[in-house]
Design a protein around this ligand. Structure first.
Ligand code: GAL
Length: 424
């Protein structure tokens, strides 16, 4: 009897060892030792999370074996997420993959710090080298290596307006600064807030300022600001500062207690006429406020920027030192596929980064923006990390934030010059 028990126990032990072996084998290929695929971003809440959720759902359908964790940290433009990411990276605890803007944020940040693995092989295997615009691949490359996969292209120079307010007051959406101020005066005279701003998180005011810079300097000189070929005490910059200051005379009083969604909501609900925000605002108008493109709200490019495209591209890469590389590669493959992009972008408000996506999946805004992207001059956004490294962005955000309350032009120019002295 004892012998039988012994044989049975030995058999069970061998079986469980075998199962553990199988499991750990599977685990190392997928979900490394139970490691979750934590996808790190700042897409939470209104207008932000729908695209990501749809993408994760699609990924789970295709890869049910992978344990996915949506590790998003709230706060527009990565206000809080970037700090959390920095401490995880410093503590050698990187997320499996994380949201990072193409341009300086990726290249001068995580790539320069030696924290990312190149993805050239993935691009080759997936045949992506001619599926993304060359300019975009350049934005996610350093020294001949490609370091991330762009999921989208957002446009930063968009002025959104409430259709009913404009119609009731016989107004046309402004395309130049002169038209903007004319319309703004007419609205003000009727007791309507002309321009909504929500700079509780200061990046929104920086974004407004960079659009004014682009509209005043035009794309070539705007780009030269970030290569130090045009200085921040250039007369055109001074003119832009004056224009920005004038615009601040038309904003809602409670701007500093609102975030970007709260400011967009003022326009959506007819409590303000216009706001200047990236096209994630369209995702918010449509998905959350249930408004209709071209019926409830309209859009034009921000004053003076008709032929420019302020590019903001959200990308994901492969950090060094993670346990579940295979899973990340599976996720990146989906993110860069036509199906992945056409699942994410119609909800996010952005256009696909790929050139061969299906325009019929997009609304009137998306379709026109896809066309305009092909013709427009591409300029990098400072507020969203493409134009300059994080240190410069933080300094400019602080300077803008002080300027919005104190409105001292000379002091602002000085602060901008100090920030720019950190540029390479
Ligand atoms: C940007 C990001 C967008 C959007 C926006 C507001 O930095 O690229 O995808 O999320 O912030 O949070």
């Amino acid at each position: 009897m004892k012998k039988k028990w012994f044989a049975f126990l030995s058999f069970m032990l061998a079986l469980s060892l075998l199962l553990v072996g199988c499991n750990s084998d599977r685990a190392s290929k997928s979900g490394g030792n139970g490691t979750r695929l934590d996808i790190f971003s700042w897409w939470t809440g209104a207008g932000e999370e729908d695209g990501l959720k749809a993408l994760i759902k699609l990924f789970k359908e295709k890869h049910p074996e992978v344990k996915v964790e949506n590790a998003a940290v709230a706060g527009g433009a990565g206000t809080n997420a970037k700090a959390v990411l920095a401490s995880r990276m410093q503590g050698n605890d990187p997320p499996a993959t994380f949201q990072v803007h193409g341009g300086a944020e990726l290249n001068d940040g995580w790539v320069a710090a030696g924290k990312m693995k190149p993805l050239n092989e993935l691009y080759k295997e997936e045949g992506w080298n001619d599926k993304f615009p060359k300019e975009l691949i350049d934005l996610v490359s350093k020294d001949g290596n490609i370091y991330s996969v762009p999921v989208n292209i957002h446009r930063g120079n968009v002025l959104w307006y409430n259709k009913r307010i404009f119609k009731d007051n016989g107004l046309k959406a402004p395309k130049t600064f002169a038209e903007f101020f004319k319309v703004a005066d007419q609205l003000k005279a009727k007791g309507i807030t002309p321009l909504a701003l929500g700079d509780k998180e200061p990046w929104t005011a920086t974004q407004l300022f960079e659009d004014v810079l682009l509209g005043t300097l035009a794309p070539d000189d705007y780009k030269k600001l970030w290569t130090k070929e045009v200085s921040f005490d250039d007369p055109k910059v001074k003119e832009a500062v004056k224009t920005f200051k004038k615009m601040l005379g038309y904003i809602n009083k409670d701007h500093s207690s609102r975030n970007w969604q709260d400011a967009s909501q003022l326009v959506g609900k007819g409590e303000a006429a216009m706001n200047i925000m990236g096209d994630w605002a369209k995702g918010y108008f449509v998905n959350d406020l249930k408004l209709k493109v071209n019926k409830d709200f309209g859009w034009v490019t921000t004053p003076g920027t008709q032929h420019s495209f302020m590019v903001i591209t959200d990308t994901f890469g492969l950090p060094k030192g993670i346990k579940n590389e295979d899973d990340v590669m599976k996720f990146l493959s989906l993110l860069g596929s036509v199906e992945g992009q056409d699942t994410f972008n119609p909800l996010k408000g952005s256009i696909p980064a790929r050139i061969d996506a299906d325009p019929s999946k997009y609304d009137a805004y998306g379709r026109l923006t896809m066309k305009e992207f092909k013709k427009a001059r591409i300029t990098p956004s400072l507020a969203h990390g493409s134009a300059a490294p994080e240190g410069v962005v933080t300094k400019v955000n602080n300077a803008v934030n002080i300027f919005v309350t104190q409105q001292n032009e000379a002091q602002f120019i000085d602060a901008l010059k100090t920030a720019a002295s950190e540029l390479k």
